[in-house]
Structures are given as structure tokens and as C-alpha cells.
Write a protein that binds this ligand. Structure first.
Ligand SMILES: [Zn+2]
Length: 408
């Protein structure tokens, strides 16, 4: 279980190339529009692992929390400063003079200022955030001069980069610029470039937060399709585990091991496409059936997929093939979609999608299927199940089946 820490992060940055903004916290809600990679969004709430965000125009919407990354509140530009106080400068844990003292800087020390807040400058000290009183530091004046004549355009590197009214950190912020935004360079002053803001004002941006291009445009961001699969939350349930080994094959294949191996390949595949994946177990441990279905409910899973391998009695060794089970009528389309895909992909025979009375599908509050991916009691099936390529085929098929399910 994860709780998303909101304390330090009221803005988030879009990580995927393009993500959907929906009218509510889940796939069932309409897509109102899309936002592109590196867009910074203001978070005003969290529901069902989705962030409620507010846009500049005042509208709100929801984005999947796993497709964005938390950013610092004051994600201002980095800048180099020098300690000017004669007796050294205290490094504090928080931006207050009565906060715990972490260390001391000497006069003339050069520091990297991450951001500023109420007269305090944030720095990194021994791998953690720390603060110094900003009245005792001075922005370094650089002696290196860029050759102004060749410069035409600059491109902002990070989101929420400050554009100030003066060519130093004491200038007030008159505008924030986002990653990829570019400006013509009107002049150079020390380490700062003079530009014209989007609202037509004179502004300055630090040279260490921008890239310079003489004429060519910044490469456009490669577009990729946002699928519902990337916004989906999928719970993968590797059957059995711990003191419950599940079925055993003639060649000693143990079900609990085969289900976990297959689940891991599937999880990896889904995660690569942006899907939020939760495993009911990640190792050889016992997890009760109730806990497994609770996990699906807890995460408001869009789909719960349980992975198993079948077995039958001695005298039925000829039974073979894979079967997709569901319990509720509403889950039939999900089962059919996955089963069709398994049928196409797997070398084992396809026994179809059927109703099955299994706890994890019957008691699930979320759409659920249970896959029996071949018979360990069948010599020919067991041989296939034991190959890595079979497990990869299963992962590909389930992935494709889910993708088709969400696309329809
Ligand atoms: Zn089983």
C-alpha cells in the first residue's frame, strides 16, 4: 500500500508524452483534454490515486497520479551564490532562524541555490535540503561572457523557471517559464540574458537554466498515443505462494513458482506502457484469497487478473489447454477479450472463456478474471509451461487482451 506524500509537492510534472485529463478520478470519466510531457500541474486534491489539478484558466480535472511526478513547491532556477557574511553562515534545517543548525559555511564559499523563500535560500547539504539566510549570500558575477553577436534564441530547460525584472536573484519574479519555451535574446548582463516576456515586459533569465541555439528550433516532442491501458490500474495475482504450492507437475513444476514468474513478466510489460500495476505478492509468500480481493478493492483496480496452472487426477492426464474464467456476467467481455488473445498467442489449445466459481473472481468488487494457463498434469502442457518463451507469450497475450478490452 502506498500513500502519496503531498506535503512537499503541490505541483506535479507530466512524465508520459501525453496524458489525458478526465472529468473524474478514473477511467469511467470523460477525457476533457490532454496535456503534454513536462507540463506542470497544480494539485488541489487526491482521490482514488488520481490527482485533482487546477489549470490556469481555473478549470479543474483529474490525472492518473502514476503518470506525473511530484515537483518541489518552489522549483525555481538553480543559481550560484557566494557567502558574504564575515563570521560564516549557519546552515539550517528549515527556513527559520530558530530551526536546527546542520552546519556552517565559510565566507567566500560557493553554494548552489535551489530556490528562495521569504528571505531564505534553499541549498543541498549532505544530500538533504537545507536553508541559509539569503541576506548573507551574493549571486556570483561571472567573468565569462557569452559572445552576444551569435546568440539568437534561448530555450528554457526546466518548468517553473523564474523570469526576473533584474539580472540577479534579488529581482522579483515577473513570469514563470516552462521547459521547451524559447525566447529571443535581447542582451547579456553578467550571467543573465535579457529577454522580452510573453506579456511584452523586459525580463531576465539566468544563463545556467537555459540552452542556447543559434537558429534552429528546438526539436518537437515526439507524440505518442495515450491509451486507456496506461491510465488503468491492474492488479496481477500470481496464484498460491508460501505454504500453498498449488499444483505440481510430473516434471516437478510447482504452480506457485510458475505463476510468479509469469506475473513478473506481465507486470513489467504493463508498467512499460504506463499502467499502474499492483502485485498481490512479489515473492514466495502466502497471501489469503480475501487479502487478494481486498487489494483490488483498495486500489480501485480496473482489472484483477489471477494467474494459475491447472491439474487433474491421474486418470485424466490427456486433458490439456488453457481456460479463462470469470464469474459475473459483466466480466464476460473482459474474459472474452483476454481469451481471444491467449488463443491467438499460445501453443496450448484454447478451452475458451467460461464461468468459474472461484473466490477471487466471485468475491471481487472489481472486474476480475482467473486464467488457468495450461495443465501441469499434462506432460505436453507442462513442457511448454516450463519454457520462458511460453511465459512471455502469456504476458504478450494478456497485455494485448487488456489493451483490446480498454480500447472498446
Ligand atoms: Zn491454482
Amino acid at each position: 500500500m502506498t500513500t502519496i506524500a503531498m506535503a512537499n509537492a503541490n505541483t506535479v510534472t507530466v512524465q508520459a508524452e501525453v496524458i489525458n485529463v478526465r472529468s473524474g478520478p478514473g477511467l469511467a470519466y470523460d477525457v476533457t483534454h490532454q496535456v503534454r510531457k513536462n507540463t506542470v500541474l497544480k494539485v488541489i486534491g487526491e482521490e482514488n490515486k488520481w490527482y485533482k489539478v487546477r489549470f490556469k484558466d481555473g478549470n479543474t480535472g483529474f490525472v492518473a497520479s502514476w503518470l506525473v511526478k511530484n515537483t518541489e513547491v518552489s522549483a525555481a532556477s538553480n543559481s550560484i551564490a557566494v557567502v558574504t557574511s564575515s563570521g560564516g553562515l549557519n546552515i539550517r534545517k528549515k527556513p527559520t532562524s530558530d530551526s536546527e543548525r546542520l552546519g556552517m559555511l565559510n565566507t567566500g564559499d560557493q553554494i548552489n541555490v535551489v530556490s528562495e523563500q521569504n528571505g531564505w535560500a534553499q541549498i543541498q547539504y549532505k544530500g538533504q535540503n537545507a536553508w541559509v539566510n539569503a541576506s548573507y549570500i551574493k549571486i556570483r558575477e561571472s567573468t565569462t561572457k557569452a559572445s552576444g553577436s551569435n546568440l539568437q534564441k534561448l530555450t528554457i530547460r526546466d518548468n517553473a523557471t523564474n523570469i526576473r525584472n533584474k539580472p540577479n536573484l534579488n529581482g522579483s519574479v515577473i513570469e514563470k517559464a516552462d521547459s521547451g519555451q524559447s525566447y529571443s535574446i535581447d542582451g547579456v548582463q553578467g550571467d543573465w540574458y535579457k529577454i522580452t516576456t510573453t506579456s511584452g515586459k523586459e525580463g531576465y533569465v539566468a544563463n545556467w537554466v537555459v540552452d542556447i541555439s543559434s537558429s534552429k528550433e528546438a526539436a518537437p516532442v515526439e507524440k505518442s498515443k495515450t491509451t486507456s491501458l496506461s491510465e488503468a490500474t491492474i492488479v496481477i495475482d500470481p496464484g498460491h505462494g508460501g505454504h500453498d504450492p498449488g499444483a505440481k507437475g510430473a516434471d516437478e513444476t510447482i504452480e506457485k513458482k510458475a505463476t510468479l514468474k509469469t506475473a513478473k513478466i506481465l507486470a513489467e510489460k504493463l508498467r512499460k506502457s504506463g499502467t499502474k500495476v499492483i502485485m498481490t505478492r512479489e515473492s514466495d509468500e502466502y497471501v489469503s484469497l480475501k487479502t487478494r480481493t481486498n487489494i483490488a478493492q483498495e486500489y480501485h483496480a480496473d482489472v484483477f487478473v489471477s494467474l494459475h496452472f491447472d491439474s487433474v487426477e491421474e486418470d485424466q492426464k490427456s486433458v490439456h489447454g488453457q481456460t479463462t474464467y470469470y464469474y459475473k456476467n459483466k466480466d464476460e467481455s473482459l474474459a472474452e477479450s483476454i481469451n481471444q488473445s491467449l488463443g491467438k498467442e499460445l501453443p496450448t489449445s484454447n478451452r475458451g472463456a467460461r464461468i468459474g466459481d472461484f473466490y477471487v473472481v466471485r468475491e471481487n468488487t472489481q472486474p476480475a478474471v482467473l486464467l488457468e494457463l495450461g495443465y501441469l498434469s499434462s506432460k505436453s502442457d507442462e513442457k511448454k509451461i516450463n519454457s520462458k518463451s511460453y511465459r512471455e507469450h502469456v504476458a504478450t497475450a494478456v497485455y494485448q487482451g487488456l489493451s483490446n478490452y480498454f480500447a472498446n
